[in-house]
Design a protein around this ligand. Structure first.
Ligand SMILES: CC(C)(COP(=O)(O)OP(=O)(O)OC[C@H]1O[C@@H](n2cnc3c(N)ncnc32)[C@H](O)[C@@H]1OP(=O)(O)O)[C@@H](O)C(=O)NCCC(=O)NCCS
Length: 231
């Protein structure tokens, strides 16, 4: 499975449009082996046919914005899976809380402020997984940087061309994307403390997971949004 940071950049443009008042139409894109989709639930229900009956049933356990985002996430994941030629199969909730993609597909979703972003790719080897995360940059306390990043990571981020607020959000997005990709591989619910960012080179990251697993990550920024992928 190979990634292209350009895909994430284009997707973030769609996220930014979807995050405006009123949202926007569903967006999909295929770049290399990745298929990405963005669905907004700000302007009302997700498009007909993008959520299956079983997922509608699962969603009744939630209410309000959580239910809307759950459905938008499933719709985005469905569109991303269709982008790699996968037939519509209901996506249940796994034991770790993850959206369980159809067999043979690595897929993941994230939602924030009424916008869902999903990515899917066909497995190039059994057990492939991918993680995606979306963050909305707010003037969070930059002291979070100290909580989220270890000293070696702080040095790495200080060399990157990012202001401290952006660095906090890039770091959170990268670690959450890595948690999602790695949790399903090790069948364990991982935490920030299990993930460390080993190197940052431009917008590409080498991510180390407790236990020895190494992942590649990429991030993209389109203020006020930051997104990261890990695989
Ligand atoms: C699991 C986690 C990464 C999800 O990230 P988030 O920013 O809360 O939520 P997002 O919207 O980006 O993603 C949610 C989706 O991720 C997926 N997901 C949830 N848990 C997952 C897991 N363990 N593995 C893979 N995917 C998971 C689901 O599809 C979920 O959406 P759905 O419930 O609508 O299907 C996050 O909740 C987490 O546990 N972070 C670690 C926090 C930590 O270590 N805290 C320590 C104190 S600082």
């Amino acid at each position: 499975m190979n990634g292209d940071r350009g895909a994430l950049e284009i997707a973030l443009e769609a996220v930014e449009r979807a995050g405006r008042p009123g949202g926007c139409e569903p967006w999909t894109c295929r770049v290399g082996s990745w298929s990405l989709a963005v669905v907004s639930c700000a302007a009302g229900p997700v498009p007909a046919g993008t959520v299956l009956d079983e997922e509608e049933r699962i969603s009744t356990a939630f209410s309000g914005s959580r239910r809307a985002e759950f459905l938008a996430g499933r719709a985005a994941l469905r569109l991303a899976c269709r982008g790699v030629g996968v037939a519509d199969i209901a996506v249940p909730i796994g034991a770790l809380g993850q959206a369980v993609p159809p067999r043979g597909v690595a897929a993941c979703l994230t939602h924030k402020r009424g916008v869902a972003l999903a990515v899917a790719a066909l497995h190039s080897m059994p057990g492939d997984s991918i993680g995606v995360d979306l963050e909305f940059v707010s003037s969070r306390n930059t002291r979070l940087l100290e909580r989220v990043l270890g000293p070696a990571e702080r040095d790495g981020f200080s060399g990157a061309d990012l202001d401290p607020v952006a660095a906090v959000h890039v770091c959170i997005a990268a670690k959450e994307a890595a948690i999602k990709a790695a949790s399903v591989r090790v069948s364990e619910r991982l935490r920030f403390a299990d993930i460390s960012i080993a190197t940052i080179s431009g917008e590409t990251l080498r991510i180390q997971v407790r236990g020895g697993l190494a992942l590649t990550g990429v991030f993209a920024r389109k203020p006020p949004w930051v997104a990261a992928l890990a695989w």
